[in-house]
Write a new protein. Sequence first.
Lengths: 399, 399
Amino acid sequence: MPKISQKGITMPASPIRKLVPFSDEAKKKGRKVYHLNIGQPDIETPKVALDAIHHYKEDVVAYSHSAGNITYREKMIGYYKKQNINITANDIIVTTGASEAIMFAMQACLNPGDEIIIPEPFYANYIGFAVPAGVTITPIPSSIESGFALPPVAEFEKVITPNTKAIMICNPNNPTGYLYSKDELMILRDLALKYDLYLFADEVYREFCYDGIHHFSVMELAGLENNVVLFDSVSKRYSACGFRIGCVISKNKELMATIMKFAQARLSPPSFGQVAAEAALDTPEEYFSKVLEEYTQRRNVIVSSINNMKGCLCPNPKGAFYAVARLPIDSSDRFCRWLLEDFEYENETVMMAPASGFYSTKGSGENEVRISYVLKVEDLKRAMFLLEQALKVYPGRTI
Amino acid sequence: MPKISQKGITMPASPIRKLVPFSDEAKKKGRKVYHLNIGQPDIETPKVALDAIHHYKEDVVAYSHSAGNITYREKMIGYYKKQNINITANDIIVTTGASEAIMFAMQACLNPGDEIIIPEPFYANYIGFAVPAGVTITPIPSSIESGFALPPVAEFEKVITPNTKAIMICNPNNPTGYLYSKDELMILRDLALKYDLYLFADEVYREFCYDGIHHFSVMELAGLENNVVLFDSVSKRYSACGFRIGCVISKNKELMATIMKFAQARLSPPSFGQVAAEAALDTPEEYFSKVLEEYTQRRNVIVSSINNMKGCLCPNPKGAFYAVARLPIDSSDRFCRWLLEDFEYENETVMMAPASGFYSTKGSGENEVRISYVLKVEDLKRAMFLLEQALKVYPGRTI
């Protein structure tokens, strides 16, 4: 029997999905599970997007341009202009989700053995994109005490080597919900220029910024045009995860020509998704204001509930729809599994993602969980009540 | 300015698309271009599939299961059973086109520096999947004189090294249209077992077999269950290239568990495409018999026309909708470009793909072109007439 590759062995299983068999088991027992573990919003996809699908006109569902339909790319220019991002259609390559955008950039920018610095905790699947490219992720710690703010410059400089080729951020952040400020991004700009690094930015949660705070994009950083690579997606913006439509954006023409070769090899991004995403650009403003209001309420429920539980800490995230909370537990892996296997209160329980899966430093995040607030307020309140009850009886409670 | 990666530099531009700027230029001059260069069928997508999209029911377009919707995977079992392929839903992982299926397998099965043997000419994008994985493609020649039949075992054994991990075929073949026989596949089976190799098979043109010949799948090879990896796609079967739905199939459980980790990293295949592909499984048999009849006629036009031109040779392909023809020309790259830039007959011309792009051995295929017969019979006849006129006046004609 032929062997599996080394990358295949190294490739991590998704920390978000590895508990799924246990939640399936719990459901089989008739238990209700509140899912706070996944980034799948419950918000409805905008009607304009679904209408475009219902009225899909082509008789032959053909390949699109490898860079995506030109009508879609041109229409996106207006969307980005509103975000103070000035680009042309040639600066955009439409991808199959932000996932593919990140994979393209890793392959086009970094050699096997090259390093990319990412503040941790970070979106676990970045490892899943680094492994195929043979790239090493060098984590630097951000701390729950600072609300997961950007680590000091010294922390970056400590780990920069001749193999360091990029810094990557997710802003607003998954899993912490932290929203990087303009000042923090200016620090990254100076670092990227000083060491001639790419600055990769995953801004798929751009629309989810709370408390009136404005999102500042890496694309707004002057003088960094050749270094910045932006990853975007319609998945969260329009609650359209299944479209599988994202894009990679850069002003670096040599890089975009290179990424185009990878894009041509896989032929084209999904055609139906592109039609829906193009139509979604006409989503009325009220959609977003309602969503923002809803998520703000949800966040408030999570943050206040957890901070009211004894021995717990949850910073107040300014963006995305995640929070990382510290709990008085011995191991988040054990705790989250215990919640599904052994705990129930009135035949209900909660599913969360162990934050350890979002750290690449072994042993980090052991007493932290990631909570996605993608349920309605009433359900979140109930889930928080269940969490409180669970913490009272968890055998591995530390304080 | 940060550097492009070595893989980014090595990555080949698509040989099918590199002439597009010249055809665009020709069209700007008001010239009609007959496109024989691409694998985009003109056949209509089945109505059942488009209806499923028009009646798409979900309000939230969510991620699907990373392996694809279970309803779709279960329904596929029946389709494969009819092809004499006996599998379960767990043997299938739905992918974003066959492209992603091939990428997953390259990453999961081969280490950087490992080698994969492929008879050439071969589908050019295989290089585009090998480069990101750091894998080397070792070509062995198949010849136009034998109609591009499987090279003799000795040719395989000549190039097998300790780094050889797989043999790959495309059956029916793109670009040659050659249909491998059961006997040829048995030879590959013995080779794979003798050297403990994976056997990768791209069977996306399975439905396109002519002259009453039955397609024999690698999945039917007894005793090779742990070695065989099948790549499939709905793109050609249902003229549904834009769905971006394919799959990877294997009975090797360790391999499928490994591929699943790559599948989880990119979250899920496109949701709309899956719904349409699932519905397409109900496409009535008449659809395929009509398509087959149409393509048989088209093939006959191409093959007989070219073999009637002086100094030309075109084997009679038994499958797919491509043919590789030998023409009396100095360079297929120059000829195909000249057709677009300098030639016209009654303000019309022809676009074909230089076959050199389908060989990885430098200098091979210089007097060969790939022709996709994806136009109506009348248009193909006209295109063949134009080709004949062009050959009469081409300055680089050799005989």
